[in-house]
Ligand binder design. Structure first.
Ligand SMILES: CC(C)(COP(=O)(O)OP(=O)(O)OC[C@H]1O[C@@H](n2cnc3c(N)ncnc32)[C@H](O)[C@@H]1OP(=O)(O)O)[C@@H](O)C(=O)NCCC(=O)NCCS
Length: 121
C-alpha cells in the first residue's frame, strides 16, 4: 500500500533513498529528506506491507502544474524483482493521472520506461 511519508519513517526512508545512485553522500541524502519534509512541491511516498516499509518513490510537482517528475524510486534489496517497483509506479500514476502527467528524470528514466513498455504490451 502506498502511504505518504511520515516523520517516524525518516530513517528507513533515508536508507531506501540511499540506493539511488545520486544519493550516496550523507549530506546530499539529508538535504533530500529535508526537501521532502519542507518543500510543498515535493512528495515522498512509501510502500508499506503490513508493518514493513519496503520501498520509496518521490515526486516533484512541476511549475507547469500539469506534470510531476519521479525523482527517486527504490526498493529494499531483499524484496526486489517481486513487482514492488512496478506497483509503486502504478500507484503513483493512479494518484496523479489524469490531472498530471507522470514523467521520469534522468535518474528514474530506465525503470519508468520499462514499466511503461510493459503496460503497453
Ligand atoms: C529499480 C528498482 C526500484 C526496481 O524495483 P523492483 O521492485 O525490483 O522492480 P520490479 O520487481 O517491479 O521489476 C523488476 C524488473 O525491473 C528491472 N530493473 C531493475 N532495475 C532497473 C533499472 N534501473 N532500469 C530498468 N529496469 C530495471 C529488473 O531487471 C526486472 O526486470 P524483469 O521483470 O524483466 O526481470 C530497484 O531495482 C531499486 O531499488 N534499484 C536501486 C535504486 C535505483 O537505481 N533506482 C533508479 C532506477 S532507474
Amino acid at each position: 500500500m502506498l502511504i505518504r511519508f511520515k516523520k517516524r519513517f525518516e530513517k528507513i526512508a533515508m536508507g531506501l533513498l540511499s540506493f539511488m545512485p545520486d544519493e550516496k553522500e550523507v549530506k546530499r541524502l539529508q538535504h533530500t529528506i529535508e526537501e521532502y519534509k519542507s518543500n510543498e512541491h515535493w512528495q515522498l511516498f512509501l510502500w508499506k506491507v503490513e508493518e514493513d516499509v519496503l520501498g520509496a518513490i518521490g515526486v516533484e510537482k512541476n511549475e507547469d502544474n500539469k506534470s510531476v517528475t519521479v525523482q527517486h524510486i527504490s526498493v529494499n534489496p531483499s524484496h526486489r524483482n517481486m513487482g514492488i517497483g512496478k506497483e509503486m509506479v502504478n500507484a503513483v500514476k493512479d494518484h496523479y493521472e489524469p490531472d498530471y502527467d507522470v514523467t521520469p528524470n534522468q535518474n528514474t528514466q530506465r525503470f519508468l520506461e520499462k514499466c511503461h513498455k510493459e503496460s503497453e504490451e
